[in-house]
Design a protein around this ligand. Structure first.
Ligand code: MN
Length: 206
């Protein structure tokens, strides 16, 4: 029994058009995300074998594979849920209040997140995280799936800016892809993630 499994997309491949083409969604979910799931499971299996044999020669490479592939699985699982054909608009609830308090308003948050996503060097992600150390949301830029992004934070809203996420439709225009992403953001999902994440900090339960 595999530890990690590919979740179903919560909508059809073409549901996010015109923001994201059906073919991108099909390849992205069925091939790329599946690859991260398989890679994470393979890394766990290798670590189990290493413990059984007490042979640790490749521990650095396998732990590295686990971090990369598990982070890929987590980011994509959140990404699919963060989008909806009924998305767009602005958030409500506690999330809206938090964005006002910590970013100076929704528009300033949106600019910050967009610039972060557009500015990732090479393959990576723009992320809105709940920072459990400070107890507040922060924006982060991850290279690959996990590098340059802080520990102790829960993803609330993530945007994949690897070329596989947009190149078939947008070619080199990452900026246009990022701008069109806002039309499909499922703010109800993001707000629910905020409500769950904000119940605890590193020092305990709120
Ligand atoms: Mn991806």
């Amino acid at each position: 029994m595999a530890t990690y499994e590919l979740p179903d997309l919560p909508y059809d491949y073409d549901a996010l058009e015109p923001s994201i083409d059906a073919r991108i969604m099909e390849l992205h979910h069925d091939k790329h995300h599946q690859g991260y799931v398989d890679g994470a499971n393979a890394a766990l299996d290798k670590l189990e074998t290493m413990r059984e044999n007490d042979e640790w020669g490749d521990v650095k490479g396998v732990e590295r594979n686990l971090a990369f592939n598990l982070s890929g699985h987590v980011n994509h699982s959140v990404f699919w849920e963060n989008m909806s054909p009924d998305g767009g608009g602005e958030p409500g609830g506690e999330l809206a209040d938090a964005l006002d308090e910590h970013f100076g308003g929704f528009d300033q948050f949106k600019s910050h997140f967009s610039e972060a996503a557009k500015g990732v060097e090479g393959s990576g992600w723009g992320l809105l995280l709940y920072d459990h150390a400070a107890g507040k949301p922060i924006v982060s830029m991850a290279e690959n799936h996990q590098n340059q992004s802080p520990q102790g934070a829960t993803p609330l809203l993530v945007l994949d800016v690897w070329e596989h996420a947009y190149y078939l439709q947008y070619e080199n225009n990452r900026g246009e892809y990022v701008d069109n992403f806002w039309d499909v953001v499922n703010w109800d999902d993001v707000a629910e993630r905020y409500d769950r994440a904000s119940t605890w900090t590193l020092s305990g339960t709120e």
